[in-house]
Design a protein around this ligand. Structure first.
Ligand SMILES: Cc1ncc(COP(=O)(O)O)c(C=O)c1O
Length: 450
């Protein structure tokens, strides 16, 4: 098995940073200016997490490509970390948004588009009632509130290494069997052990033990983990998850925000899951901020009266801009013409080609890594075998190596999502694009091995 020499990583990083700085003078100038008015020089702190000494500043995103202010064109495999996974500014969405902008942006009134959207979501995901939210974080927050309301229990259950947005109760880690705030979490409101139980993904025994006291309102989970690499469920995991949550009266919330990469009805439709609540966001309106959550008849029967009563206070299930006409119009166009079976039929063979390309490089070079695919989402990782849970993933993560791989890709015209080695195939991505990635990945691995 081949080993990577750490001094080689440092040497290559210094070389690649030199190239980056040479090639991005305009981004550098903007970043220096931005640091005087924006915290850390960016409008949102994740934007400093890209590889390189400073972020590239975007000029335009179109289809599967992004251009920056220095005139470089990139193959975008990050796609806004899923917000644009069906391509930047798809034509039908541009047309629909342009039309709606002239007809009113937000009126706090429902439009016909919202009815179409509700019907479509019910058809695709199998849950009868839907609500709109602004972000997937919000959809998760509101779903947890509903679960607490229905069950009259306060605690929630998540898996170690989960990410469901900046929902306070979920920003937790499992350390030596204890629930602790996630390292680097800014301003946790209370000790998360008060609100949250944490287990490892794929651990059925721990699941049963956690739910047995009947104090958990909901289990909030991605059907396959996508934020600690891609971690697939064991073959019988979902059956056990559903059976045990039902047994102890805990509602099951499935977060499909990323796993929509499995098909038009997400992992839920592809694998026949039966959650009580489904949450999602990001690409639903091609990046125009919108999210949605669907609930079962059982949940609806128990919350309807409260939602309609005069006594509901303002802390309800949304805010002033939620369900606005513009975002709902963008969502209708996206569901109707962008997140379609036809597009998935185009994307899937390319995702398989991508996976095969990476696997061939691993086999040819002997580097002890693996590659996993979930629908049109693919991820490689620096262990020979896939981790089974968040704890295993975190223990094996090599930040320095990952950053170098990303910078080598960026300097050769490819953007990978900053947090892990994830690639998304969009309807605009071509076989030539996929082969470019295989080539760049192969060259980078060969350089690493010296
Ligand atoms: C699975 C999952 N759920 C929810 C979210 C939150 O999405 P947003 O940041 O758009 O609120 C994310 C973000 O990465 C996510 O990965």
């Amino acid at each position: 098995m081949k080993r990577i020499d750490r001094s080689q990583i440092k040497k290559l990083m210094a070389e690649e940073e030199k190239v980056f700085v040479r090639d991005h003078p305009r981004s550098r100038k903007l970043f220096e200016r931005a640091k005087k008015s924006l915290l850390a020089g960016v409008p949102m702190n994740w934007m400093v997490r890209w590889a390189g000494p400073y972020p590239i500043f975007a000029n335009e995103g179109r289809g599967a490509y992004v251009t920056d202010v220095d005139g470089h064109r990139y193959l975008d495999l990050c796609l806004g970390d899923t917000g644009s996974m069906f391509g930047h500014s798809p034509r039908p969405v541009v047309d629909s948004v342009t039309k709606q902008v002239r007809k009113g942006i937000t009126m706090m009134l429902p439009t016909e588009d919202s009815v179409w959207v509700g019907e479509e979501l019910a058809k695709r995901f199998g849950l009868p009632y839907w609500q709109i939210a602004m972000t997937a974080t919000d959809a998760n927050r509101f779903s947890i509130r509903l679960a607490r309301h229905v069950t009259k229990r306060s605690k929630i259950l998540v898996v170690n290494g989960c990410y469901h947005g900046t929902v306070d109760e979920t920003l937790v880690n499992l350390e030596g069997g204890r629930v602790v705030p996630r390292s680097g979490n800014i301003g946790p409101p209370v000790d998360p052990a008060e609100t949250t139980k944490v287990i490892e993904f794929n651990d059925v025994e721990a699941l049963e033990k956690s739910l047995e006291p009947k104090d958990v309102a909901c289990a909030l989970m991605e059907p396959a983990m996508t934020n600690r690499g891609i971690i697939l469920p064991d073959p019988d995991y979902h059956d056990a998850l559903r059976e045990i949550t039902r047994k102890y009266g805990t509602l099951l919330i499935i977060d499909e925000t990323h796993t929509i990469c499995c098909g038009i009805g997400g992992y839920t439709a592809a694998h026949g899951l039966e959650p009580d609540i489904i949450t999602m966001g990001k690409p639903l309106a091609s990046g125009v901020p919108i999210a949605a959550f669907g609930i079962s008849q059982y949940v609806a029967d128990r919350v309807m009266e409260r939602i309609l009563s005069d006594g509901t206070d303002e802390s309800g299930l949304g805010g002033t801009l939620t369900g606005n006409a513009l975002a709902v119009a963008a969502m209708r166009a996206t569901l109707k013409q962008v997140i379609t079976k036809k597009n998935f039929d185009k994307m899937l063979p390319l995702a398989k080609r991508f996976e095969k390309g990476v696997q061939n490089v691993i086999d040819r070079t002997g580097i002890p890594w693996h590659v996993v695919r979930l629908g049109v989402r693919i991820e490689y990782h620096n262990t020979p075998k896939p981790p089974r849970n968040g704890g295993e993933y975190e223990a094996s993560k090599d930040y320095e190596l990952e950053r170098l791989m990303h910078l080598m890709a960026l300097n050769r015209g490819i953007l990978l999502t900053p947090f892990h080695n994830m690639a998304l195939i969009s309807p605009y991505t071509t076989a030539k694009d996929v082969d470019l990635h295989t080539k760049v990945f192969g060259e980078s691995v060969s350089k690493l091995l010296g």
